[in-house]
Design a protein around this ligand. Structure first.
Ligand SMILES: NC(=O)c1ccc[n+]([C@@H]2O[C@H](COP(=O)([O-])OP(=O)(O)OC[C@H]3O[C@@H](n4cnc5c(N)ncnc54)[C@H](O)[C@@H]3O)[C@@H](O)[C@H]2O)c1
Ligand SMILES: O=c1ccn([C@@H]2O[C@H](COP(=O)(O)OP(=O)(O)O[C@H]3O[C@H](CO)[C@H](O)[C@H](O)[C@H]3O)[C@@H](O)[C@H]2O)c(=O)[nH]1
Length: 343
């Protein structure tokens, strides 16, 4: 039987596809290429171009492949865009996830692993690692759209023959240690990606958004988790569901917080030269400090992170950014798709 990876042409999904293939799994990918790339999908995976909201496409995939479980990454991910275009975020992250769950239930697929986010917590009251029991108070439509998907999964699992693992990712960063995948997004907004582009002269400058937060240096603090460790948590979740584990939710992070300036310092050290930085106002929807308590993922999933090292995260990201031009092959399929759909 095969594992269906939605959004498998994107940053995290493309790493997941490699990890599943490495583990000897049969992999099917569905992706509409709105932000992902066809070339990023490992050649051994079977690829379907299209939208997870397209019922006919999902039926075709389920008829042509025997799907055991779905690992659901497809979604829209930029927090400030969700503030300016909330309905698009609810449509893609919530409504399309509902369509995917409904299709899975109808097809008798009983395992789903879902990409949720630290954004469901909003800003915690105290600067301490958040557990899964921390109150859920998303501060932007992105976080809200993901929380609504979590609720649908919970209720659908109670009513149908379905079990799920919700993984709440903190800040995913870095690139495949084996060099086969990385973050390739156009117009990226994630701090480390933007900093690597600035360090390599691909952009003139970068802005530090907010210097007056109540943190050790006034800039926002996040828990940066290496993408290989994150996809390992999904492999552990798959084993957990296969062994009959009940539905659960778990944070994925290291429990260590770095500020924006800490990250920029690490990038400067890794690239060996300074690059231009501007200081700007706070970005709407941003939390001051958010760090994970991931003891549940370790205890229940047996997750053992291997790359908890900011220097290694930064070096892998820089390495990928340097090689991106030669790795990225022309992506006419994706370009055509983006133009046709106006993504
Ligand atoms: N990157 C992070 O730090 C982070 C943190 C928390 C959660 N997440 C979640 O992880 C998931 C993957 O994020 P990413 O960083 O790899 O983003 P990404 O944009 O690189 O990947 C998303 C992929 O989904 C595809 N896609 C989007 N909507 C689709 C649809 N309706 N049908 C088919 N394909 C569709 C895109 O083309 C892209 O390939 C997202 O759900 C995101 O919310 C990411
Ligand atoms: O050019 C930039 C980019 C980011 N930042 C700062 O860097 C930190 C991290 O910002 P990112 O945009 O890299 O990540 P976010 O924490 O906003 O959000 C990310 O992690 C969240 C989970 O916390 C969500 O899941 C979301 O998908 C994902 O983008 C924040 O303090 C932000 O203000 C800057 O100062 N300048």
């Amino acid at each position: 039987m095969a594992i269906l990876v939605t959004g498998g042409a994107g940053y995290i999904g493309s790493h997941m596809v490699w990890a599943l293939l490495d583990a000897g799994e049969d992999v099917v990918v569905v992706d509409r290429l709105s932000t992902g790339f066809r070339w990023a999908v490992a050649p051994k995976a079977r690829f379907y171009l299209g939208d997870i909201g397209d019922k006919d496409l999902l039926s075709q995939i389920f008829v042509e492949n025997s799907i055991e479980a779905i690992v659901h990454f497809a979604g829209s991910i930029v927090v400030p865009d969700s503030v300016s275009a909330p309905l698009e975020y609810y449509e893609n992250n919530t409504c399309n996830t509902r369509r995917l769950i409904a299709a899975a239930v109808e097809a008798g697929i009983d395992k789903i692993i879902f990409s949720s986010t630290a954004a469901v917590y909003g800003t915690p009251d105290v600067a301490l690692p958040v557990t899964e029991d921390t109150p859920l108070r998303p501060e932007n439509p992105y976080g809200q759209s993901k929380l609504m998907s979590e609720v649908m999964l919970r209720d659908a699992s109670a009513a149908h023959d379905l079990r799920h693992v919700v993984l709440r990712y903190f800040n995913v960063a870095g690139a495949d240690i084996a060099g086969r995948a990385g973050q390739s997004s156009l117009g990226a907004t994630h701090l480390l990606k933007v900093a690597c582009e600035a360090a390599l002269g691909k952009r003139k400058t970068l802005s530090v958004w907010g210097t007056d937060y109540d943190t050790h240096d006034g800039t926002g603090v996040r828990d940066y988790i290496h993408v290989n460790d994150l996809v390992d948590a999904h492999l552990a979740a798959l084993t957990y569901l296969r062994e009959g584990g009940p539905s659960m939710t778990a944070n994925c992070g290291y429990g260590v917080g770095y500020s924006v300036l800490d990250v920029l310092r690490a990038v400067r050290q890794a690239c060996g030269h300074p690059f231009a930085i501007e200081y700007g106002p706070r970005r709407p929807g941003d939390a001051a400090y958010i760090v994970a308590d991931s003891s549940r993922a370790r205890a229940l999933l047996g997750w053992k992170p291997r790359y908890n090292d900011l220097r290694l995260i930064v070096e892998s990201a820089l390495d990928w950014e340097r090689r991106l031009k030669e790795v990225a092959t022309p992506d006419l399929e994706g370009l055509r798709q983006r133009l046709a759909s106006g993504f």
